[in-house]
Ligand binder design. Structure first.
Ligand SMILES: Cc1ncc(COP(=O)(O)O)c(C=O)c1O
Length: 468
């Protein structure tokens, strides 16, 4: 197999030296590569990107890449579109007072409510903060504390959402498999219908007491709906990433519709986490795409035009808990604050992006979604023709290998990402895909597809020759 490690180590020597020297003072999370193998672990340092424009980034070693990471999905128009840079430069001139109201805040709120259909919004800085506030609002409104989240979802890093299913659930599943055939099959069938309702912290440093108020269930499953129905009078909220970036092949429209019915029946808050899907799949996000209205929706990424901004949007009866007068006095008001909330530079960038989205209408997303779907279709056709057991999927302009439908190990995925980097495609080690933006040309799309296909061909040629 092509020795991409050697090749990349040579090409990115400046980034490597930078990481080694920075390690003395900087504890850098991005040096932890997903699924690094004994070979690729030597590449566990971030390439130091010195400039970014449109579809391209350039590192300090002078390598230029076609970027499919695109600010972790924050860029719909590529890096630093001129209309955003102009808006930020204009605000920079005027200054950026913190803790003050600035003129564009109201307009941005109006634009977001218009695009998303949610009547009220408030602003914070990160997705994590918006999720934290959404959960707090749902708990305040319902007077209940338990929340449901789903496995494979990512909602940021507030303690309540860094949870996995409890060990007892993994043990139950193992026994169902083990006893499926033979004299214990009746017990296997009995256990198969059960689910362990609970959660366990997925990181050290999170007290297990926090997990008592969280239930982690499998996403998109009938059994999960049953559990939620049975617990509905005890739940404050169900938090859902409508299409999970870790498993985008699962796009469960019917599940979401039934979930909406159950949460309505139980007066449970339905929270859509639309950090990735918001403004990307459609101006109205996954709500518009699936035809399901949530009670609270969180946005970030595209909403900030590349600057830190997150949005909690919601129905009046939920959002009124954030407003002292409408909520019925201080004792009914949810605490919410932040020094950098409504940062004037972020608001200016958001204003530029939201105005552009309004002006262009849904055809902007439709065009980009179609280009992405076509790329994925061509890739899948080629893979099928060549007998490579890998399948791609897309949700709008986010595309990815559908791992559950592909015969790839984590080592293969890690090697593939390094191969792509060596071909001049920018993504994180271990990533299975990325984002197309309006800045990607047809030639870029061709280069991206070719690199994926060539990399996968190499992996499977190697596997097949080892079998012989
Ligand atoms: C679906 C989803 N929710 C929440 C978050 C957390 O957002 P942030 O990283 O801004 O805290 C992310 C971040 O990638 C995300 O993808």
């Amino acid at each position: 197999m092509k020795n991409v490690v050697e090749s990349l180590l040579k090409k990115t020597v400046g980034s490597r030296r930078y990481a080694e020297e920075a390690a003395a003072t900087h504890v850098d999370k991005s040096s932890i590569a997903f699924g690094a193998t004994s070979e690729t672990k030597f590449l566990s340092y971030p390439f130091v990107i010195e400039s970014a424009k449109g579809a391209r980034v350039r590192d300090i070693d002078g390598n230029e890449y076609i970027d499919i990471l695109q600010g972790l999905g924050a860029n719909l128009f590529g890096h630093g579109p001129d209309f955003v840079r102009a808006a930020v430069a204009e605000q920079m001139e005027k200054g950026f007072p913190l803790g003050a109201q600035t003129p564009l805040v109201r307009e941005v709120a109006e634009l977001i409510t218009e695009l998303t259909g949610m009547p009220k919004v408030c602003f914070s800085n990160t997705g994590t903060e918006a999720i934290m506030t959404a959960i707090r609002v749902a708990r305040a409104k319902t007077g209940r504390s338990k929340i449901v989240i789903f496995s494979d979802a990512y909602h940021g890093h507030v303690d309540w959402v860094i949870m996995r299913q409890p060990l007892a659930e993994f043990a139950r599943r193992r026994l169902v498999e083990k006893w499926r055939h033979g004299r214990l099959s009746a017990i296997s069938r009995f256990l198969g219908k059960r689910a362990v309702k609970g959660a366990a912290p997925a990181s050290v440093g999170i007290p297990s007491s926090i997990a008592k108020d969280v239930i982690v269930l499998p996403y998109g499953s009938e059994k999960s709906l049953k559990v939620i129905r049975s617990l509905r009078s005890k739940l404050a909220a169900v938090l859902v990433e409508p299409v999970q970036s870790r498993r985008p092949e699962l796009q469960p429209r019917d599940f979401l519709r039934v979930l909406r019915e159950i949460t309505c029946e139980g007066n449970v808050g339905l929270i859509f986490d639309e950090m990735v899907t918001g403004f990307r799949i459609h101006p109205g996000g996954a709500q518009a795409y699936f035809g399901v209205e949530a009670d609270l929706v969180t946005y970030s990424k595209i909403a900030g035009g590349g600057l830190p901004l997150s949005v909690l949007a919601g129905r009046n009866d939920f959002m009124s808990y954030l407003a002292p007068m409408a909520g019925g006095g201080r004792d009914k008001t949810v605490f919410f604050a932040g020094t950098f909330c409504k940062h004037p530079l972020s608001i200016a960038a958001s204003h530029a992006v939201m105005s552009k989205l309004k002006e262009e209408g849904p055809k902007l997303q439709e065009g980009l979604n179609q280009r992405s779907a076509l790329m994925v279709k061509k890739l899948n056709d080629n893979l099928k023709e060549e007998g490579i057991p890998v399948s791609f999927t897309n949700f709008g302009s986010f595309f990815s290998i559908a791992l559950s439908e592909s015969d790839l190990t984590p080592d293969d995925v890690n090697y593939l990402s390094c191969y792509l980097q060596d071909c001049g495609i920018y993504l994180r080690s271990g990533d299975k895909g990325g984002f197309l933006t309006t800045a990607h040309s047809d030639a870029d799309v061709k280069a991206i597809s070719k690199a994926f296909l060539d990399g996968l061909r190499l992996i499977f040629d190697n596997k097949n020759s080892l079998k012989k």
